[in-house]
Write a protein that binds this ligand. Structure first.
Ligand SMILES: [Zn+2]
Length: 281
């Protein structure tokens, strides 16, 4: 532990988001720790990665959240739940927050990966959404989505998927859409199913740089919100929920493999054999 770290003790059980941050700069104080002045991403070129038996964590005080009770006082079954808080659980919740989901909302989630499913859990459990339409055509993912609180599952994609959501909402569309994929197709669907005046919260990294047409959002009076999710912002609250046994964030993990077989884990996720994979030493 570095000499300047004051909030942690050697031996603590800690959770680190996928980016480090000081949690004190203007961006951090605004809750956007992923734009921290002194922040960075684990695994980026020149930095230490998280998929190892040990990792050096910069900005320990700002980055890490200690788990009360430590390893000995924590139910081992809850460890995967804590692991989920490092990224997917917080990212999904952030999508729902960006989409403006509140008590009683109707929301659609585009994307049934771990982030999309976590958006369902966050929208229902944390934000109080009443109706959640999950776009999913994989049985196992749809099933978990329902367990997380999805009230409707739409297997159709593209225009058919949009038509189905409009049909489910009396032709109006939904006020809140979480875009959790980041492809041109998922954006098109998200914009197509948003109700006039609605909000789209996007946490799907735009891998393929969709050339987003601005006319539809303009014509439909839409609010679009984006960004790499500041997992650190949500960590303390979600950690309390996981430890209380009221937030099953770890349910997205359906495959556990040894650390030295990491490539198999990526392959399993790529081939949709696993929603999310856990590596163990
Ligand atoms: Zn900062």
């Amino acid at each position: 532990m570095g000499a300047d770290v004051t909030t942690l003790s050697v031996g603590d059980l800690v959770v680190a988001p996928f980016q480090w941050s000081d949690n004190t700069c203007p961006a951090c104080l605004d809750g956007i720790q992923t734009r921290c002045e002194h922040g960075g991403t684990f695994g980026a070129p020149g930095t230490d990665g998280g998929q190892g038996e040990a990792v050096r964590v910069p900005e320990g005080d700002g980055t890490l959240v200690a788990v009360p009770g430590g390893l000995e006082g924590t139910d081992p079954a809850l460890l995967t739940g804590l692991l989920a808080l490092t990224d997917v659980a917080a990212t999904g919740l952030h999508g729902a927050v960006l989409a403006g989901v509140t008590q009683g909302s109707t929301v659609a989630v585009v994307g049934d990966g771990a982030v999309g499913l976590s958006a369902v859990l966050g929208a229902t459990t944390v934000l109080g959404a009443e109706r959640v339409i999950l776009m999913s055509r994989h049985t196992d993912r749809a099933e978990l989505g329902r367990r997380f609180g999805a009230t409707d599952v739409v297997a159709e994609r593209g225009e058919e998927g949009v038509a189905k959501v409009l049909e489910l909402t009396g032709g109006l569309g939904v006020r809140h859409v979480v875009e959790a994929v980041g492809t041109p197709e998922s954006w098109e669907m998200s914009l197509g199913m948003a109700r006039v005046g609605g909000r789209v919260g996007a946490v799907g990294v735009p891998h393929t740089s969709p050339q987003l047409g601005i006319f539809t959002p303009f014509r439909q009076h839409l609010t679009l919100s984006f960004g790499v999710a500041p997992a650190r912002r949500y960590l303390p609250d979600l950690l309390t929920r996981v430890l209380a046994g009221t937030y099953d964030a770890g349910a997205v993990f359906d495959l556990t493999i040894p650390l030295d077989s990491v490539a198999d884990g990526y392959r399993a996720m790529d081939e949709r054999r696993s929603i999310k994979t856990v590596l163990v030493p």
